[in-house]
Design a protein around this ligand. Structure first.
Ligand code: NAP
Length: 338
């Protein structure tokens, strides 16, 4: 399929932005990606896209750069994927989280409203906007009860996206995505920590990557993580970016829950991952109070019926398949580095 459309993607160096850019390039889009100024110019998630996309440097903190970007490229579709995306870090960096994840959304919406108001706009919001809601299954009509600084910033972003749709008639959609993972997931997140640790232990890696407190991810054959009883609805990121694109091809702008409607514990995650590496998780995983969240979100699953009915979207990869493919990818990555 080819198109003459231009898409602007923020957060292109991250998990979702890079998969979305892969998808858009495969569909013939001209893709402009916003990358943050960084000391390190190596972007592993988009190496395969170099030469196929246009990279621009900028920041969601900087209105001028967003205005210039939208004015210069006149995108048909804007995917605002960038964020301070780590809920756990939002307690130690609440102001930065509010500035990037919350107000950054409004900076982007304003740039679109001023310079390309007919562009179709996708906003990455999150399951975290439901926070501690005691409901087994959440959908688009569930109340927003965010209970951490990240979730609260996303709730603001979500409401502002709705507000720009209602106030200005913009084609703006909020994607209420439940957790989604892949081999491109950053090590800030428990799934990737577990799959990487399982691979490091299996291959007896001498210098494992660092964890978020600057310690070796694996010490004496042990991985330290937070609450083993935490429950999440985990899907495959590569499939979730298809839903983002589909939302912007629909007849009407709407908000959508994207999820699998299944739920597993961190304990399940450890069992599947270590088993895939031929190890017993109970010999290697320790729950450490330092990695527990001050407030935990509830054990809800996402009902994706609206996405299925309107967009024809549904998840294809099971939780076990997802974790297995992540372990296999980490084993391959570490083997190639040897
Ligand atoms: P990710 O891998 O952490 O990517 C985040 C991206 O945002 C990175 O490219 C990052 O750039 C960029 N970024 C951060 N601060 C920025 C700033 N001030 N200006 C410009 N760019 C900035 O996250 P992800 O998993 O792909 O998630 C994508 C989006 O979905 C995020 O908004 C996240 O909050 C949301 N979300 C994710 C999940 C999930 O389970 N993955 C679930 C619900 C919602 P650097 O590479 O420079 O850090």
């Amino acid at each position: 399929m080819t198109t003459s459309k231009t898409a602007l993607v923020t957060g292109i160096t991250g998990q979702d932005g890079s998969y979305l850019a892969d998808l858009l390039v495969s569909k013939g889009y001209r893709v402009v990606g916003l990358a943050r100024r960084s000391t390190n110019y190596d972007y592993p998630n988009i190496r395969q896209l170099i030469g196929k996309i246009t990279l621009e440097y900028g920041d969601l903190m900087d209105s001028d750069c967003l205005n210039n970007l939208v004015s210069k490229y006149q995108p048909d579709e804007v995917y605002n994927i960038a964020a301070q995306s780590v809920p756990a870090d939002s307690w130690t960096q609440p102001i930065v989280t509010a500035e990037i994840t919350g107000v950054g959304t409004v900076r982007m919406l304003e740039a679109v409203r001023r310079h390309k108001p007919d562009a179709r706009y996708y906003q990455a919001t999150s399951r975290e906007i439901f926070g501690g809601i005691e409901q087994e299954v959440c959908d688009e009509n569930t109340s927003f009860l965010a209970n951490n600084p990240y979730g609260i910033a996303k709730q603001y972003a979500h409401l502002m996206t709705m507000n720009y749709r209602e106030s200005y008639g913009m084609f703006a959609c909020g994607g209420i995505l439940f957790n989604h993972e892949s081999e491109r997931r950053s090590l800030h997140f428990v799934t990737r920590k577990v799959t990487m640790a399982a691979a490091c232990i299996k291959l007896n890696v001498k210098h494992p990557p660092l964890n978020e407190v600057g310690e070796s991810l694996v010490q004496d054959g042990k991985l330290k993580i937070g609450n083993l009883d935490a429950v999440r609805d985990w899907g495959y990121a590569k499939e979730y970016v298809e839903a983002m694109w589909l939302m912007l091809q629909a007849d009407q702008p709407r908000d959508y829950v994207i999820a699998t409607n299944t739920a597993f514990t961190v304990r399940d995650l450890c069992r599947v991952a270590f088993n895939q590496a031929g190890l017993n998780w109970e010999d290697h995983v320790v729950s450490d109070q330092r990695f527990h969240r001050p407030t935990e979100i509830a054990a809800s699953r996402g009902d994706y019926s609206r996405a299925k009915n309107d967009l024809g979207w549904e998840p294809r990869t099971s939780f076990e398949q997802l974790i297995r493919l992540m372990v296999d990818a980490d084993l391959k990555l570490l083997s190639e580095r040897r």
